[in-house]
Design a binder for this molecule. Structure first.
Ligand code: NAG
Ligand code: NAG
Length: 407
């Protein structure tokens, strides 16, 4: 069963830290890092209807600007699985998407999903005491509730009617969920750019992972039984058995310890096999940054979809599905309801998203175009970790937003 954690580790989209790092997380200093890079920064907090307190970060102006006479259209950026707002500034002022957008004249807002370390707060639940309840969510809730609440907050705060949406990986998944389940949100988006936005899973690229996904439900139930509902909890860095490389004798012990060791051990294998051609300073980028954390249910939900070759709602099992959805199988997200103008950027070297699935999604969504990244070795995580994302993706994306705004 422990082998099943292989699945989880591969779905983490490449943001974890080198093992053994124990200093305090820079994640909590995102606005301070932004300021040290020559920009202004703000922290905002948004409370969702179900009580989660989400932290947002804003870059209101371009570099060395403190005020602006002209209108600055709002853009909202949503991070990937286990990540946080820091992913959009990790490449520094020259190459990060958020800074590039601010310098191009946009009012930049970065979200943080419920349960990541910056949004690990609730009006009534304590994430450490009530963890089974607090972490009882997937990316469906992140899309339908968190992203919706943050979009509304930005529109209200700025007085804009619409904003531009950018989502990486799970940030794309949460858009697809929101815009199909609550289609009225399409009207609030002047453009959408998905960077390896994960949805359809008919051709999930990795065969080993596909095989392991068969164990999703077993793993999830076993994990719940030992109270393991949160991946990378805040004390992760300091907890010795998991803070070091797997395969050492530190990794013996209870199920939870083994689970985390296995998870990290496999990640290291994956990293060694990855081509990091475009990201020679791949590991350096993580210095001063940190992993966001997530609910295990987010990963299990991806696992269900990989197993079922589908993009659909949480599978409770036959009886519960009947009660909750009125059907034995969970309903699929209906992408034909997504009317926003969407550009799906993808790469052929993505171990988590197949080109055929991207094309199939675009075919089902009425106003969607695809754009293949012009470097075949570009990786899933390179959208936030490779410097050439600017010339390969960001410049194009910003140009199209400027056109829409007549700027
Ligand atoms: C999690 O939420 C589901 C409904 O979405 C509910 O059936 C279940 O009891 C909840 N579990 C916990 C531990 O709160
Ligand atoms: C999508 O783009 C087209 C052409 O640029 C434009 O006419 C249309 O209003 C846009 N739709 C939305 C929902 O913004």
């Amino acid at each position: 069963m422990i082998r099943g954690t292989f699945l989880i580790s591969l779905l983490m989209c490449g943001y974890s830290l080198p093992a053994g790092r124990e200093e305090k997380s820079a994640l909590f200093e995102v606005p301070e890092i932004i300021i040290s890079n020559g920009y202004q920064a703000e922290r905002h907090h948004v409370i969702t209807p179900d009580g989660y307190i989400l932290e947002m970060h804003r870059i209101p102006f371009g570099r060395h600007q403190t005020t602006s006479e002209v209108r600055r259209p709002a853009v909202f950026l949503m991070h990937g699985l286990l990540s946080a707002s820091n992913s959009y500034i990790a490449l520094g002022p020259e190459y990060s998407i958020s800074y590039n957008l601010a310098d191009a004249g946009f009012d930049v807002w970065m979200g943080n999903a419920r349960g990541n370390r910056l949004s690990r707060r609730h009006t009534t639940l304590d994430p450490d005491v009530d963890k089974s309840e607090f972490f009882n969510f997937s990316w469906e809730e992140i899309g339908m509730i968190d992203v919706a609440a943050m979009i509304d907050y930005v529109l209200e705060f700025t007085g804009e009617e619409k904003l531009h949406y950018v989502g990486h990986s799970q940030g794309g998944t949460s858009f697809l969920v929101l815009a199909s389940m609550r289609p009225e949100y399409n009207e609030k988006l002047s453009s959408v750019n998905l960077l390896a936005g994960v949805g359809y899973m008919n051709h999930f690229p990795n065969k080993n992972l596909g095989a392991t996904a068969l164990l999703t439900d077993v793993i999830y139930v076993a994990a719940l039984a030992v109270g393991f509902v949160e991946v990378y909890p805040p004390d992760f860095d300091r907890s010795l058995p998991w803070g070091k490389t797997a395969g050492t004798d530190r990794c013996t012990g209870n199920l939870e310890t083994q689970y985390m060791c296995d998870l990290i051990g496999v990640r290291h294998l994956v990293r060694e096999n990855e081509s990091v051609s475009g990201t020679s300073d791949f590991l350096d980028i993580f210095e001063g940054h940190d992993i966001g954390g997530a609910a295990l249910k987010q990963i299990a939900h991806y696992g269900q979809n990989i197993r079922d070759k589908a993009f659909r709602r949480w599978n409770y099992g036959l009886i519960q599905n009947l009660r909750i959805y009125g059907k034995v199988a969970p309903p699929a997200y209906d992408l034909s309801l997504i009317t926003a103008n969407v550009t799906m950027h993808y790469t052929v070297n993505d171990i988590l998203l197949d080109e055929r699935d991207v094309l199939a999604m675009a075919a089902d969504m009425p106003n969607t175009v695809v754009r293949k990244v012009a470097r075949d070795t570009f990786l899933h995580e390179d959208f936030v970790l490779a410097k050439d994302v600017k010339e390969l993706v960001t410049d194009f994306m910003i140009e199209s937003m400027l056109q829409i705004e007549h700027m």
